[in-house]
Design a protein around this ligand. Structure first.
Ligand SMILES: [Zn+2]
Length: 243
């Protein structure tokens, strides 16, 4: 089915469910009108390794100018968009204003763009620390991952956990501070991932430190390949989203 057609069907389904949830108030109508014409980035708009926005034809099989000489702990990255308008306010609503229906919608978009080149896939969310999850009331990466797993009929495996609370990365200013903040902050439940292709899910990639820590753990537990899938990629030189 053509991507645009699938997108429109999803949009109609989403509009129907949103109407059912929120009624026909004006705010919901405006909200749907904005996202109705939105499409995820095509893969040629960003680097398949590090996720930054690139010019057409400027990414090679070894990555883009920014990452070509860098070793990355994951095998590929899929994103829906750059962390900018209109996706930025949608993500902020999802994370900080209990608008968790965005997680469902984002997951359905991801399910459309994740390439179907592998067998034995499993979906793993980047974990939130239990205290922050308790304060927020939900874990948006887990919501996205669970819905994505259901949409693709893949197992959902929340096998990563945070071993200690960390400061929000957005409050730290240097790369070194951010690396130190999350060093050894994650653990993987004893699972043998040998032969599995893991899809590691988060809402936003900024420096990639958190995703990198998680991806290394998954590799240590035998993952055949590890693929990052995020809603948006922020350029840390331009903007640091709140986390
Ligand atoms: Zn790159």
């Amino acid at each position: 089915m053509p991507y645009k057609t699938t997108h429109n069907k999803l949009r109609d389904l989403y509009t129907a469910s949103l109407d059912a949830t929120l009624g026909s108030n004006q705010a919901a109508g405006e909200h749907v009108a904005i996202e109705a014409d939105w499409l995820a980035d095509l893969p040629n708009r960003y680097c398949w390794r590090c996720g930054v926005t690139t010019g057409l034809g400027s990414v090679t099989k070894r990555g883009c100018a920014r990452c070509i000489d860098t070793k990355l702990p994951w095998d590929s990255l899929t994103r829906l968009a750059a962390y900018t308008h209109p996706v930025e306010p949608w993500i902020l609503q999802m994370k900080f204003h209990k608008a968790w229906h965005w997680a469902t919608w984002f997951a359905d978009q991801l399910a459309q763009v994740i390439p179907p080149q592998h067998e034995r896939n499993v979906v793993v969310p980047v974990p939130l620390h239990r205290l922050r999850r308790w304060r927020r009331g939900y874990d948006q990466a887990a919501l996205i991952a669970k819905r994505l797993a259901a949409a693709r009929d893949w197992p959902y495996a929340p096998i990563l956990r945070r071993t200690r609370a960390t400061q929000p990365q957005s409050r730290l200013h240097t790369q070194q501070q951010r690396r130190d903040n999350i060093r050894n902050a994650f653990a993987c439940r004893p699972r043998d991932l040998t032969g599995w292709n893991v899809w590691l899910i988060d809402d936003v990639k900024t420096t990639g430190n958190t995703l990198g820590q998680c991806a290394r753990l998954l590799r240590q537990h035998g993952a055949n390949t590890t693929h990052v899938a995020v809603i948006a990629v922020a350029d840390p030189l331009v903007i640091t989203p709140p986390d």
